[in-house]
Design a protein around this ligand. Structure first.
Ligand code: FES
Length: 288
């Protein structure tokens, strides 16, 4: 059993919640870009979430979770001092940062929670970080202060202009690339984009003509998280990869976004159907 030592909602809409959980082994080994899989109880669904932080001395790991399906909504009802059944990890490969000097990190919605520890580790290593954080509206903006602390330049934008600049991350990414070109050479060594699949697809389209290395972190449906079930497969450079062991980071210019988006839509329909199902064993709904 793993104790929740801190719980706090990160936005006014209370859609994203931070949990700091006692898990000394994970805390000792976790790196930015990796993820964990948790279960609320022994019969529970296995849900992957990115590592948003860790405290090696305290032995705690932090995750930031959006209430999207049934299990994540149930997690939001877990209180400080409560226990969850399992948390396994760290899983996946850590984000590669070697040799980078100037990076633009782009987060969309809850993707900012995943991008934050990456930007933080880069900042600590002396890499210059421009962070573009995009949200639908002011009530779901998260981590304003934390992002400011780890960024040399921070741009927050909302689709409706209710907080920060009005517009999409793609527009501001293009602006930043254009204003950082010297002698016809873009100055960003890398763009790291994390958010909805469709946003990452369009961000990849922005960076492609400039030839800027672009990495995205994928978050497909996962089951075992060990490369056994094949559930998290994605097509990268024409080859099948498993996000849980080969990723979650991949070269955005090599990812087959169309098949990724189609697959996610298929699972979304399945999940919506499952959410309607009343389980006669428990009297409750399953999945969703
Ligand atoms: S989650 Fe099963 S192969 Fe990745």
């Amino acid at each position: 059993m793993y104790k929740v030592v801190t719980k706090r909602f990160l936005n006014d809409a209370k859609t994203i919640c931070l949990f700091e959980i006692e898990a000394p082994y994970i805390a000792r080994h976790a790196r930015a870009g990796q993820f964990v899989i948790f279960r609320l109880d022994e019969q529970g669904e296995r849900v992957p979430v990115s590592v948003a932080g860790y405290d090696r001395e305290k032995g705690t790991v932090t995750v930031m979770v959006q209430a999207a399906g049934r299990t994540t909504k149930m997690l939001h009802t877990v209180e400080q001092g409560d226990y969850i059944s399992d948390i396994a990890g760290p899983l996946g490969k850590a984000t590669e940062m070697e040799g980078l000097k100037k990076v633009c990190v782009v987060g969309g919605g809850v993707g900012c929670a995943i991008a934050y520890p990456i930007a933080k580790e880069m900042h600590e290593r002396g890499i210059e970080v421009t962070f573009i954080a995009g949200f639908r509206s002011a009530d779901i903006v998260i981590l304003k202060d934390e992002l400011r602390e780890v960024s040399d330049k921070l741009i927050i934008c909302t689709d409706d202009g209710s907080y920060g600049k009005k517009g999409f991350t793609t527009v501001f990414l293009k602006q930043e690339i254009e204003s950082n070109i010297i002698w016809s050479r873009p100055q960003f060594d890398r763009v790291i984009a994390i958010g909805p699949d469709i946003m990452m697809k369009f961000l990849a389209d922005v960076t492609r003509p400039y030839g800027i290395s672009t990495i995205i972190s994928l978050d497909p449906i996962m089951v075992d998280g060990t490369g056994m079930c094949g559930c998290c497969r994605v097509i990268v450079g024409g080859e099948t990869k498993f996000a849980c062991v080969d990723g979650p980071d991949f070269d955005a210019h090599q990812v087959d976004f169309d098949s990724l988006i189609k697959r996610a839509a298929f699972y979304k329909e399945e999940q919506d159907e499952a959410a309607k199902h009343i389980c006669h064993m428990t009297g409750g709904k399953r999945n969703g």
